[in-house]
Ligand binder design. Sequence first.
Ligand code: NAP
Length: 262
Amino acid sequence: MQQSNSYALITGASQGLGRAFAFEFAKRKTNLVLVALPNENLQELASQLADFQILVHYFETDLSLGENVEALAQTINENFRVHILINNAGRGGTMRFEEAGMDYLDGILQLNIVAPTLLTRLLLPNLRQQKQAYMLSVSSMAAFSPIGYKTVYPASKAFIRYWSLGLREELKGSGVSVSVVYPGPMKTNVDVTQRIEKQGFMGKVGLLTPTKIAAIAVREMFQGKATIVPGFANKLNRALMALLPKFIKIPLISNAVEKEVG
Ligand SMILES: NC(=O)c1ccc[n+]([C@@H]2O[C@H](COP(=O)([O-])OP(=O)(O)OC[C@H]3O[C@@H](n4cnc5c(N)ncnc54)[C@H](OP(=O)(O)O)[C@@H]3O)[C@@H](O)[C@H]2O)c1
């Protein structure tokens, strides 16, 4: 699905799943706007992606600050037509809630909830002006159950789920298709990789590479699917989580995660 002078905007594009999304769109000859924190080699990535004969622009900004989200959206709306928005930037973490600092909690809530909500609100008029537009937000398998020692992270991903599906309903027939992807574990940054290793078997159920997840997510986004659960093991896991009563499910998952905090 190409619109030659239009762009896909990806947040958190410098590494991990966001970087994999960038290569997936580049292979499909879609122009790109990449967003990530400053000084994370976005320039180098942009020049690699330009080898695919597409236009690539990048913006380095901290999306956990509302004023940066507004400034970014204004620049984008003034200079680019956007037909694909990928709300990917997000951060997790495992910590006893009582030991979590204000910066840690605020950082997760701002980046995972506030930034995608505000950015989408501000870019929606731009998306609506395109003949056909797509919006994909990255949730997590963690959205399907409350989890002790993660607390705010699964709650933030459940927000993405509810908000996106509500918005999808509201935008029915508007030409903007809204999808949510629920990745299972991916060995992306060092911190996440160590956490997956510490969880043992439970951490590795449904493990897929970011490249594989990006390919599945983009394909199903273009098919207009609301809910994208990549991989058979994750689909099975989701079905099991829906069946298991909360008094079994929540302790089972939380006990596996507790191994990370020791
Ligand atoms: N990894 C997993 O196992 C897993 C599982 C399920 C869901 N997810 C979700 O998948 C998404 C991508 O995760 P990932 O593992 O690929 O993460 P990652 O490797 O840590 O990459 C995160 C990306 O977000 C950017 N970012 C972080 N803080 C930012 C901020 N304040 N402002 C702007 N950009 C910021 C990072 O930019 P810099 O490089 O500049 O820091 C990076 O490009 C997240 O929403 C995550 O919750 C991950």
